[in-house]
Design a protein around this ligand. Structure first.
Ligand code: SAH
Length: 267
């Protein structure tokens, strides 16, 4: 499988890129790529590009972008707002939410949030890695943590909010989403200690809020985030689009240019 890498650089035919540090180490020492090896690159703006390694030195690697393999396509406008949880679980939230197609990850400090520090850089690294593996063409934005009060005060007009309410204040998620329309959405998941009553009341006062239930069991916050995003994507999100056809030999498919496909179109 051709490795995929997220880069910050602009991508165009003939663009030369220099990689250093961990990324050069990864390509050279872990994947054992040498001069002439193929890599796929994306930057969230210019689509996906096929590049080859043009030079490899002790601490750096040079790549040359050659041809576009996929045009840029947007992810759904979908935020995941979640109360931070402990290390392994928050890593998993960043990874899975990226796979599930969120455009922004928003750590929210609630009354009963008992995790004090959020390592935004690590969350971002997890999101980059998941985006590389999942064939995304963008990396979700990872926001600085914000208090629930500030988040709600500055809530953007027109963005609907699906809140996973473990106290039974909402309809079952698919019933709640019946008739709901695509558009900018956000999902809000509470902390391991749950939401406080006043918080649920405050959230309910926001226009466009949809409280939902996720079944009879109390889920861990990370499970609840994944479950709610999957249901939302399946009911009104981009899971309604057909999964693009892929050749079993995926790396070969890239060679043959078979990944030139637009959204919803079969490639
Ligand atoms: N300590 C709380 C549970 C919190 S679970 C209690 O025992 O009641 C963490 C978060 O996951 C919740 O705030 C909610 O957003 C979500 N969640 C978990 N299970 C859920 C369910 N069955 N329905 C809706 N939301 C749920």
């Amino acid at each position: 499988m051709t490795p995929r890498l997220f880069v910050e650089d602009d991508l165009a035919a003939g663009a030369a890129l220099g990689l250093d540090g961990p990324r050069a180490h990864y390509l050279r020492d872990v994947l054992r790529l040498g001069v002439g090896a193929a890599v796929l690159l994306f930057n969230g703006r210019d689509g996906e590009w096929r590049a080859t390694v043009t030079a490899s030195a002790k601490r750096s690697m040079d790549l040359g972008a050659e041809s576009q393999t996929r045009p840029q396509a947007g992810e759904p406008n979908l935020w995941l707002c979640f109360a931070p949880v402990k290390k392994a679980r928050i890593d998993s939230i960043a990874e899975k939410a990226t796979e599930l197609g969120v455009s922004a990850l928003v750590p929210v400090i609630t009354r009963r949030t008992n995790v004090e520090r959020v390592n935004v850089e690590r969350l971002r690294a997890n999101a980059v890695e998941a985006a590389e593996q999942t064939e995304r063409l963008s990396v979700p934005e990872v926001r600085e943590p914000v208090s629930l009060e500030r988040l709600l005060t500055a809530w953007p007009a027109g963005r609907r909010l699906l809140i996973a309410d473990e106290t039974g204040g909402g309809k079952p998620i698919l019933d709640a989403l019946a008739g709901a329309r695509p558009g900018p959405w956000a999902v809000l998941i509470g902390p391991e200690g749950g939401f406080a009553r006043e918080e649920l009341d405050r959230i309910a006062a926001l226009p466009g809020v949809l409280p939902v239930g996720l079944g009879p069991r109390i889920l861990r916050a990370d499970t609840a985030a994944i479950a709610a995003l999957a249901c939302l994507q399946a009911a009104i999100g981009d899971w309604r689009e057909p999964t693009p056809r892929r050749w079993p030999d995926y790396a070969g498919a890239v060679e043959r240019g078979n990944l030139m496909r637009g959204r919803g179109e079969q490639g």
